[in-house]
Design a protein around this ligand. Structure first.
Ligand SMILES: NC(=O)c1ccc[n+]([C@@H]2O[C@H](COP(=O)([O-])OP(=O)(O)OC[C@H]3O[C@@H](n4cnc5c(N)ncnc54)[C@H](O)[C@@H]3O)[C@@H](O)[C@H]2O)c1
Length: 243
């Protein structure tokens, strides 16, 4: 079978948040396999410690990237958390934590990566979710945070389009994926195995997505082959939002 290596990722320097997680880790592995340079960050378990909610962490990490690599071609904002809870049930501290990691973290990432990306153009990929496109009665904070990520993405894309060469910015919107995030959601249910089955059954393709499938889309968006795609919300959801 023909290799599907994305030629234009060769030597591209990409900073990835949440890279100890399922999607961030798969993006880093795929990028390295394609000849790119992945700078992985997370709270722990990655090349660099970066709490996406801490402005000082971003300043330190971006200064380090400038010094060590001399520039940046891409950013993948993959750090994120989910909290189950309706607007009635959710406590304010949890709301703020979800908004802080998912939305503030993405804002800070875009803000601090832009000066480097502006020098030679580049691509930002923000991990939104189908929950950034459609609501769920018990996902108040997650819905609000990912809806924010999707619209922030459009604002960054319009700014980045003015740069020469341009900086593209897109949001990737997965449905349930195999991995720790969905495992944790299932654990909160009375019947975790049943909850997993129910989540798969909601998806027209009758299965969960794989982090590697999401990573492949992220890598495409990082590549020059995606040069005319910016400001988009791209569902990768087995048909969930087609319903
Ligand atoms: N897993 C899914 O079903 C799913 C579906 C739709 C969207 N998403 C989104 O995709 C992204 C990646 O999800 P995943 O499946 O890889 O989840 P994951 O739980 O495997 O990984 C998330 C990572 O984010 C890190 N993180 C949490 N708080 C952080 C902080 N303050 N600073 C830095 N890192 C922090 C965690 O340590 C973890 O390694 C998230 O934004 C998530 O909301 C996931």
């Amino acid at each position: 079978m023909k290799e599907t290596r994305v030629a234009s990722l060769q030597d591209k320097i990409v900073l990835i948040t949440g890279a100890a997680g399922a999607v961030g880790g798969a993006v880093a592995a795929g990028l390295r396999a394609a000849g790119g340079v992945a700078i992985t960050t997370d709270l722990e378990g990655a090349d660099l410690v970066l709490d996406v909610t801490a402005e000082a962490d971003w300043q330190r990490v971006i200064a380090g990237v400038q010094e060590r690599h001399g520039g940046l071609d891409g950013l993948v904002n993959a750090a994120g958390i989910v909290a189950i809870g309706s607007v009635e049930k959710l406590d304010f501290a949890t709301w703020r934590r979800v908004l802080s990691i998912n939305l503030d973290g993405t804002f800070l990432g875009c803000k601090y990566a832009l000066p480097l990306l502006k020098e030679r153009g580049g691509s930002i990929v923000n991990l939104s979710s189908v929950s950034g496109l459609v609501g769920g009665h018990n996902l108040a904070a997650y819905n609000a945070s990912k809806g924010g990520v999707s619209l922030l993405t459009k604002s960054v894309a319009l700014l980045g389009a003015r740069n020469k060469p341009p900086i593209r910015c897109n949001a990737v919107c997965p449905a349930f994926l195999e991995g720790p995030m969905v495992d944790d959601i299932a654990k909160t249910a009375r019947d975790p195995a049943g909850a997993m089955e129910k989540m798969s059954a909601e998806i027209p393709l009758q299965r969960m997505g794989k982090p590697a499938e999401v990573a492949a889309l992220c890598l495409y968006l990082l590549s020059d082959e995606a040069g005319f795609i910016t400001g988009a919300d791209l569902p990768i959801d087995g048909g969930l939002t087609a319903k």
